[in-house]
Design a binder for this molecule. Structure first.
Ligand code: ADQ
Length: 716
């Protein structure tokens, strides 16, 4: 098995001298282990616009981006819009949001690179917010590919995510994957609620169905290597460097912070809280020093330039205010450190400050813990970092609460050794156990698990023309559902009256003696009569309980009167009214032998909760009644049993025998009753993508109309 890792950037870039150098960032650190462990191919941008033979030799495939693409896809759209929004920092977004077209085009470019390299059996693992559209784009070209998607940054609340004008496309793009991973459970929960609210997809615990495919989602917190054991740890310079740092700061506690210089990392607030501690605690002024390492990042995005000068200004102010000829409170170093330098700093520090305003995970916190073989050191951690959900023994802070932060710094500096060790021991146990190897193995394990064998076979996608070709006999019985099959679904049932086009099509069709048309629906006799009654076709109302033949205006009931008494309605109606009042947007539909509760217009999460409660209360209230509850598309129907679309279909089939062709179209769960009873010689067609018992599927109601049109023409 080969793994294709796909990320916006490769972990190496070609510098001005043409040499390969490592890039800084959490994604590169996390994935290096996958690249080494599996047979793999890594696809991404190398930072340039020229192919590099050096990269290819090492198993990297570079995607080349033009300067305009870098500007619009990477800087404007990915880092200028998605990055701040996903981190809840909407004030960093530009007034005019640009780059969507290029974002799509570049996602297609990555897709081309994947398709060109793909070999049967490969596993494709796509990473991060720059490539949200890639999973679905690959799915369309390699339908049975195994695709994973991992988001390295937070997935925001659906209330924030919905701000994006392209929210639906981004969600559907991600849903092309088989497995979707996040760092924390709450990001997965936010994603699931966006699915429900924005594209109406309901998630059951850790899975949902998309276009008839099962998609899973879950929390897979990324970990780090045990860096106390790695190559850097055995570097001869390391111990010297640690001793050097300690002696230079003799008698002082070292507070350390290491970041990519990004406004999400909370650097200004961290520095201001430090200033506040110095103001509040004169006794500590010459006993603490803050070392802030910050590697410049995304320097061409406007929001970052402003932010850098803000940091410079605060550092200057604090050092000017509290520094002396022999002491400088903040050491601010704006460059990347190599691994040995970083490790020495982690090990020399007394307190590690990790205080992002929002962070997907934050690996610096875990690297610090992993490096502390001495079992000492204090981790001060923002509750808004993904890492907070795993590292509960750290000193937790809210980075927006400056007085509390300043107080926490003091607590950290003064924490007794015993407490430091107890906390660190617990942190180390977890960080070393749930390391990056475990992360990739868990994700890959789930992604490569054999797909569950479904008893139901997948329906065959067909066009109107394909269906027509399958008709063999001189005459045809046609069974048509109404809503969603002949006309598009509408928010309110009363708005779904037939349009002139469908009326014209049906009236043409019923003139053909070779075709017998039946319309079957959950709707009442009155509605069907009003909308289609003038046409000479058979109507079946309330899922087949009532039938009207073309030649006879009388409606006939399929069940004896005794079975359809409506007394139970007196009990159910008040309950439905109560739930309708409590669930804005829902409504009750009265039919002769049933009551339906529609909630298509309601706020989806509220509707789900109400539905659960309503079903429970109905079950209690109707315990001794021979009634059934039936779920349709955003509707719950309570009705007398015995009459359903399946029973009605069986009656029709009996008359037909095998002399005629029989075709049934439906788009809803209630139509599954039809497909269930169809013999092998009849054609069942589900309208729209879904798990179904029907043998065939067509795209939408337009395709049904196209079938009716071609049928009319061919039987003329
Ligand atoms: P980042 O935002 O890059 O990653 P982080 O997880 O902290 O954030 O990773 C930073 C990496 O870069 C660490 O390995 C760190 O050692 C290194 N680094 C940072 N500053 C450095 C410096 N000055 N010199 C040298 N190295 C430095 C994104 C998300 C995170 C998520 C990761 C991984 O924003 O939330 O944890 O991906 O999924």
């Amino acid at each position: 098995m080969r793994v294709m890792i796909v990320s916006n950037r490769l972990p190496l870039e070609v510098n001005a001298q043409g040499e390969l150098v490592r890039t800084t960032g959490g994604l590169a650190s996390g994935l290096a282990s996958v690249h080494e462990r599996y047979e793999s191919l890594w696809i991404g941008w190398s930072g340039g616009n020229e192919p590099s033979p050096e990269l290819e030799k090492q198993g990297y495939v570079s995607v080349l981006l033009s300067p305009e693409e870098v500007k619009e896809f990477y800087e404007s759209f990915s880092n200028g819009i998605l990055w701040p929004l996903f981190h809840y920092l909407m004030d960093q977004m530009p007034l005019e949001m640009k780059g969507w077209e290029t974002y799509q085009a570049v996602n297609a470019k990555y897709t081309d690179a994947i398709v060109a390299q793909y070999r049967e059996g490969d596993v494709i693992w796509v990473h991060d917010y720059q490539l949200c559209l890639v999973p679905q784009m690959v799915r369309e070209r390699i339908p049975n590919a195994r695709i994973g998607f991992f988001l390295h940054i937070p997935f925001p609340s659906s209330e924030v995510f919905r701000i994006l004008p392209w929210r639906e496309q981004l969600l559907k793009g991600i849903c092309g994957a088989d497995l979707i991973g996040f760092h924390t459970f709450s990001y997965a929960r936010h994603f699931a609620s966006s699915l429900l609210r924005l594209i109406g997809v309901e998630c059951h615990v850790d899975r949902f169905t998309q276009n008839g495919r099962e998609v899973r989602l879950g929390a897979f917190p990324l970990g780090v290597e045990d860096i106390s054991q790695g190559a850097a740890a055995s570097d001869p310079d390391l111990e010297n460097e640690i001793a050097n740092l300690k002696s230079k700061n003799e008698g002082k506690k070292i507070l350390l912070a290491v970041d990519r210089l990004d406004y999400t990392k909370g650097v200004p607030r961290r520095l201001v809280a430090f200033e506040r501690m110095l103001v509040n605690e004169p006794g500590l002024r010459d006993k603490v020093v803050l070392i802030q390492i910050a590697v410049p990042s995304r320097t061409s995005v406007p929001a970052y330039q402003k932010f850098r000068s803000q940091v410079d200004e605060i550092v200057g102010r604090v050092n000017g205010r509290f520094g002396s000829a022999t002491h400088q409170p903040i050491h601010y170093i704006a460059r990347g450190f190599n691994q040995v330098e970083l490790l020495a700093l982690y090990r020399a520090a007394d307190v590690m400050l990790v205080t992002p305003l929002r962070d997907g995970m934050n690996l610096v916190a875990k690297e610090f813990v992993a490096s502390r073989i001495d079992g000492d050191g204090v981790l001060l951690l923002s509750e808004f970092a993904g890492a907070a959900s795993e590292l509960g023994e750290s000193l937790m802070v809210n980075p927006y609460d400056l007085p509390a932060m300043a107080a926490a710094y003091r607590t950290a500096v003064e924490m007794p050794e015993e407490e430091r060790r107890v906390r660190m021991a617990a942190l180390r146990e977890r960080v070393l156990k749930f390391n990056n190897r475990r992360w990739s193995e868990t994700f890959m394990g789930l992604l490569t698990r054999p797909r569950p064998v479904t008893k139901r076979r997948m329906p065959i996608p067909v066009t109107a023309h394909d269906l027509l070709e399958r008709l063999k006999k001189p005459t045809l019985k046609l069974l048509l559902d109404y809503d969603g099959t002949l006309v598009p679904l509408k928010k309110m049932p009363v708005l779904a009256a037939p349009d002139p086009e469908i009326l014209e099509l049906l009236s043409q069709l019923v003139q053909r003696p070779q075709v017998e048309v039946h319309v079957i629906s959950g709707r009442s006799q009155d509605e069907l009569q009003k909308w289609l009654g003038h046409l000479p076709l058979s109507l079946h109302a309330e899922h087949g309980l009532w039938t009207r033949a073309p030649s006879n205006p009388e409606w006939v009931c399929a069940l004896p009167d005794s079975l359809v008494s409506g007394e139970w309605k007196e009990k159910v109606r008040p309950l439905l009214r109560q739930f309708t009042n409590e669930t804005p947007g829902s409504l009750i539909e009265e039919k002769s032998r049933s009551l339906a509760w529609h909630y298509r217009m309601s706020e989806p999460e509220l509707a789900q909760r109400s539905l659960k409660e309503l079903r429970f209360q109905l079950m209690e209230a109707l315990a001794n009644q021979p009634l059934e509850m039936m779920m349709g598309n955003r509707v719950l129907e309570i009705r007398t049993p015995g009459a359903n679309k399946g029973a009605a279909t069986q009656l029709l089939l009996k008359e037909t025998g095998r002399k005629e062709d029989f075709v049934a179209f439906g788009d809803d769960t209630t139509d599954e009753d039809i497909f269930k009873v169809l013999p092998s010689w009849a054609l069942g067609v589900r309208v729209g993508p879904s798990v179904t018992r029907a043998r065939y599927t067509v795209k939408d109601y337009q395709e049904v109309r196209s079938f009716l049109r071609q049928l009319t023409a061919s039987s003329a």
